[in-house]
Design a protein around this ligand. Structure first.
Ligand code: NAD
Length: 300
């Protein structure tokens, strides 16, 4: 490499919530950041200054493949990431979440990208008898989305073993923080409550609100991506939980935000999630740095 030349990285889904936070961080660290995003779930304005935006669709291999020349790392985040939407649209979400991932792996292998960091999901676990959720448990996805994200992990591992492409899958647990969308029927709980509070309407809690989630701040997820790229201990398709390691009920989230609540019918969703993050600490040297109370206070 020529001294002074920036290293080229790709962030798929880089106009989205987590992707735009990651792209901002990579730019600040001096990388040449290329974003692949069809803007189906995001806006051009979200793309950080200094990033190169390519408005292309990961379902189209021929469109994305030429962009993978001379890339050191691909952070693969592009997805249709909503459980309920996947239940209503299993085919479309399969095309994006599975075929799209396959295309990203094929293009990465073809151009000998040094590493692919895949954004996987705790939804691969579904319901398990015991907590915390540990990577050795069998996957039991409860939705097309969970299944699709899990297939992505399996493909990553196969691409490492069969084609020698370095991959690692990071299973995120309920990510929240700056830049999260609060629009539409699929907004995630913290963003939805904040919006309702701002509008002066009661926060809508599904079911009895005792369901718990391991909420993980987006800064910690960004850290995990950078560490996964740099760590020599991963690259063989490892699956690593990225979760704060604490779980809070939806009632508790409403209490931290403060305001009126109203209960609405339950959805099909796992009762509880909580990550065992031992492996992330061991392989990546990662640890969570933002507590839920701090993260919510920051958003308020
Ligand atoms: N947010 C969470 O709590 C969470 C939890 C677990 C895993 N994840 C994973 O993290 C990743 C990012 O999630 P997010 O919350 O930032 O979602 P997001 O919807 O904000 O971002 C996804 C981005 O992908 C883009 N995209 C969608 N379909 C595309 C296509 N066909 N071609 C190109 N781009 C396309 C969208 O326009 C959007 O900008 C996803 O892979 C998701 O499965 C998120």
């Amino acid at each position: 490499m020529i001294v002074g030349m920036k290293q080229k990285v790709i962030v798929t889904g880089g106009a989205g919530f987590i992707g735009s936070n990651l792209a901002t961080r990579l730019i600040s660290e001096g990388y040449d950041v290329h974003i692949i995003d069809n803007l189906s779930g995001s806006k051009k304005e979200r793309v950080p200054a200094g990033a190169h935006l390519h408005v292309v669709d990961i379902r189209n291999f021929n469109e994305i493949e030429p962009l993978f020349v001379s890339v050191v790392c691909v952070f693969h985040l592009a997805a249709l990431p909503r459980v309920q939407y996947s239940i209503e649209n299993p085919e479309e979400t399969h095309e994006v979440n599975v075929t799209g991932t396959l295309n990203v792996l094929r293009a990465s292998a073809k151009h000998k990208v040094k590493k692919v960091v895949y954004s996987a999901s705790s939804s691969a676990y579904g319901d398990q008898e015991i907590l915390p959720l540990v990577e050795t448990m069998p996957a039991r996805p409860k939705s097309p989305y969970g299944a699709q994200k899990y297939i992505g992990e399996v493909y990553c591992k196969v691409w490492s073993e069969v084609y020698g492409l370095k991959t690692v899958s990071l299973r995120y647990f309920n990510v929240y923080g700056h830049g999260q969308s609060h629009e539409g029927a699929y907004a995630l709980v913290i963003a939805k409550f904040l919006k309702q509070k701002n509008e002066g309407t009661p926060m809508t809690i599904t079911g009895d609100g005792t369901q718990t989630r391991d909420f993980t701040h987006v800064r910690d997820v960004v850290n995990a991506n950078i560490l996964a790229f740099k760590s020599d201990k991963v690259g063989a398709g490892e699956v690593v939980n990225i979760g704060a390691g604490d779980n809070y009920s939806v009632n508790k989230v409403a209490e931290l935000i403060g305001g009126e609540v109203v209960y609405i019918p339950a959805r099909l969703e796992p009762k509880d999630t909580r990550a065992d993050n031992t492996l992330a600490r061991k392989l990546l040297g990662w640890k969570p740095t933002v507590t839920l109370a701090e993260g919510i206070a920051e958003l308020l």
